[in-house]
Structures are given as structure tokens and as C-alpha cells.
Design a binder for this molecule. Structure first.
Ligand SMILES: *Cc1c(COP(=O)(O)O)cnc(C)c1O
Length: 380
């Protein structure tokens, strides 16, 4: 085997653990392999002895974890002869679908909620040449329409109800286990449709079940068939914790939410498509669901940007907002290692960032004295 230094995406990297054939044409933009950043300042401020890592999924090619699922979904759609893909989206799925369709040379149709999508995401869908359909309704309406139309037209759905999406997304857990040498004690995620929390659990399960001496109890996801052949991992699995925004928290309300509303538009979802899977993940991992207010979400987004230099979009900060609260209360005990998934890049939603920023922007004359004064007046 030649020594390969060029990273060519997660399908190539985890080929033996994904449903692809030797001759499958891989549609990739080099997604995955994202940084796992250990937080320095925030744990110190919490005055708790915990290790918090953020998995910065905003550094994927289109700026969110959706690329992990989309490389698989589009690769399989093309393999199956599909000429068009379709999705409903709060923004990031449409951005990823548009980009991977462009790469594959097929058409993407994206249904987005009229006016409720962050500007960066809309720009991406348009720039990559997707057919953008704004609907006078929310994500849940779009999802219903996509399911209906796909049974009447030759298009492949690439929402997370497409099982290949979760297969691609499970690789985030592989990367985390490989990087830490073991699974973390807790894994915290924002929850919208709940596909990603499900995918992460599949990833952790596959990793640990195949490294056990033998697969005694066939894992519900792979039935003991996955081909992963060991590595420096223990059989440990994390407790999975999912946080929803208070204005769109169906898991906390016990049923679908009619008019979901939150500043975290990526999780503005009232009727999660992976409802049952996510509850199974919670049961199996001994985890829990909780909610965060918009204020908590925005405060965590800002804290992360200002204290750690990491800029994520509002929905992503929900994982950290919830984790910080549970660390403070002791629900997540001291001594724990915690991974928070930062699902999307802060640049996706510049409007929200600028609106809530309190950092000074000074306007001065183009004179040396004025610059000097601005510096001296603003030294810490
Ligand atoms: C899609 C998305 C989510 C929600 O993920 P689900 O799999 O729907 O639970 C969270 N944050 C961002 C930035 C997203 O794009």
C-alpha cells in the first residue's frame, strides 16, 4: 500500500465500515476529520474539574456536520442511478445537498421555510445551483411535502430519514474514539430531527461491540455484521445527552410542537423524524433530554467565541449551554470527560451574531492620534 498523505474524505477513511463497494464512485469534498478542541478557559470559569472537548463540525466543507451524511447519501443516490435529490431543510441540509449535487453533476431541489433561514445557508444553496423552493410554512411542513412528492417523482430524499445519512454521520464518533483513545463519559448534542444523536450512538456502538472479545449480544444497529477490526479502543460507551431549544422542544413536551420557534433556526423543528430512535438512544446510553432557552444558547455561543476563539452557529451552542448547566449542577459529575458537538459554523448566521454582539466598533478619522486614543482607551 502506498503511503497516502492526502485526506480524501470519510468514506475512503472508513470504507470498511460503510455500505460502499470497491467500484462505487465516491462523491466527496474531503469532509470529516474535524478538530476535537479541548476547552481551556470555560471549565476553569465553571470551577469544576471536567474535561470539555468540542468537536468543531463547522469546519466541514459546507460548514456543518450535514456533509458527513451527504457524502454517503449522494454517493449512494448516484450509484443507484438517481439524477436528482430533494430535501426539506432549515438551511444546512440544503447547503450540503446543493454542494454535493454540484460535485456529482445531478440536480438538487431544496425546500426551505420562507424567511426563516440564516443568510449564509441560503447563499450556499443558491451559489451551488440548487433549485431553491421557499415554502410558506416551517420545516415540518417541508418534510411532509418532500415525503409526498418523492413517491410521485424520480427524486431521492436526502433528509436524515435516508439511512445512508446516518451511516455517514456515525463516523464522527469513530474520529472521537480514535482521537481520545476511548469514548468520552458524556456526549452532548443539539437535537432537531434527532438524526445526529442517533448516528453518533450507532458509531459508538459499532466501535465498542466489534472490539469486545466476541459479539455476544448482537448490536441492534449492525447485528454483529460490521467489519471494523479493532484498534486502541475500550468497550466504553458515552452517556448521550440531547438538548432542544425551549421554543421547539417536543421531547420535553411529550409530543410534536405545532409552531416551533427559536433563534437557533437549525433546530427549529417541532416533529423530529428520528423520534423513536432518539428515545432508544437515551434509554440504552442512560442519557437524558433537556431544553435551553434562547438566552442560554446565545450566551454560550458568545462565551465560546470570546473565551475560546471558536465561532459556532446558535443551534450548535445548545450542546455547550446544556452541558455547562449540567456540569454546574453536578448532574455531570467532576472528573468527567465531555464532548460537545458544534454542529455548524458561526459564519452561517452573521445576522444573529452581529445583533447580539456587544464588542465595540469604533469609527474614527484616519489620523494617528485617533488610532492611538482608541487603543489606549480600550486596553484591558
Ligand atoms: C441539522 C442541524 C442540527 C440538528 O441535527 P438533527 O440531526 O436534526 O438533530 C443541529 N445543528 C445544526 C447546525 C444543524 O445543521
Amino acid at each position: 500500500m502506498p503511503f497516502r498523505t492526502r485526506y480524501t474524505g470519510l468514506i475512503e477513511r472508513y470504507r470498511d465500515r460503510l455500505p460502499v463497494h470497491d467500484d462505487t464512485r465516491i462523491i466527496s469534498l474531503g469532509e470529516g476529520n474535524t478538530p476535537l478542541i479541548r476547552l481551556n478557559n470555560i471549565p476553569r470559569q465553571l470551577e469544576k474539574d471536567v474535561d470539555i472537548y468540542v468537536k468543531y463540525e463547522g469546519l466541514n466543507p459546507t460548514g456543518s456536520f450535514k456533509d458527513r451524511g451527504m457524502t454517503m447519501a449522494v454517493t449512494k443516490a448516484v450509484e443507484e442511478g438517481s439524477k436528482a435529490i430533494i430535501c426539506a431543510s432549515t438551511g444546512n441540509t440544503s447547503a450540503a445537498a446543493a454542494a454535493y449535487a454540484a460535485r456529482a453533476g445531478i440536480t438538487a431541489f431544496v425546500l426551505i421555510p420562507d424567511g426563516k433561514i440564516a443568510m449564509g445557508k441560503l447563499a450556499q444553496a443558491m451559489m451551488h445551483g440548487a433549485v431553491t423552493i421557499q415554502i410558506k410554512g416551517n420545516f415540518d411542513d417541508g418534510m411532509r411535502l418532500v415525503k409526498d412528492v418523492a413517491s410521485h417523482a424520480p427524486v431521492t430524499i436526502v433528509n436524515s430519514i435516508n439511512p445512508y445519512r446516518l451511516q455517514g454521520q456515525k463516523t464522527a464518533s469513530f474520529e472521537i474514539v480514535e482521537e481520545l483513545g476511548h469514548a468520552p463519559d458524556y456526549h452532548c448534542l443539539p437535537v432537531g430531527n434527532a438524526g445526529n444523536i442517533t448516528a453518533h450512538w450507532i458509531g459508538y456502538r459499532e466501535y465498542s461491540c466489534t472490539t469486545a472479545d466476541k459479539v455476544t449480544e448482537a448490536c441492534a444497529y449492525c447485528n454483529g455484521k460490521c467489519k471494523f477490526a479493532g484498534g486502541a479502543v475500550t468497550g466504553k460507551q458515552p452517556v448521550m445527552v440531547g438538548y432542544q431549544a425551549s421554543g421547539s422542544a417536543p421531547f420535553l413536551r411529550g409530543g410534536p410542537v405545532e409552531d416551533p420557534d427559536t433563534v437557533a433556526t437549525a433546530i427549529r423543528i417541532g416533529n423530529p423524524q428520528s423520534w423513536h430512535q432518539a428515545w432508544k438512544v437515551k434509554e440504552e446510553s442512560g442519557g437524558w433530554f433537556d431544553e435551553c432557552t434562547d438566552e442560554e444558547i446565545l450566551a454560550a455561543q458568545k462565551l465560546l467565541a470570546q473565551q475560546e476563539g471558536v465561532f459556532c452557529e446558535p443551534a450548535s451552542a445548545t450542546s455547550l449551554a446544556g452541558a455547562m448547566r449540567d456540569v454546574k449542577s453536578g448532574k455531570i459529575p467532576e472528573g468527567s470527560s465531555i464532548v460537545c458537538t458544534l454542529t455548524g459554523n458561526g459564519l452561517k448566521d452573521p445576522d444573529t451574531a452581529i445583533q447580539q454582539s456587544t464588542s465595540p466598533v469604533l469609527t474614527i478619522d484616519a489620523e494617528l492620534d485617533e488610532v492611538k486614543r482608541a487603543i489606549l482607551n480600550n486596553m484591558e
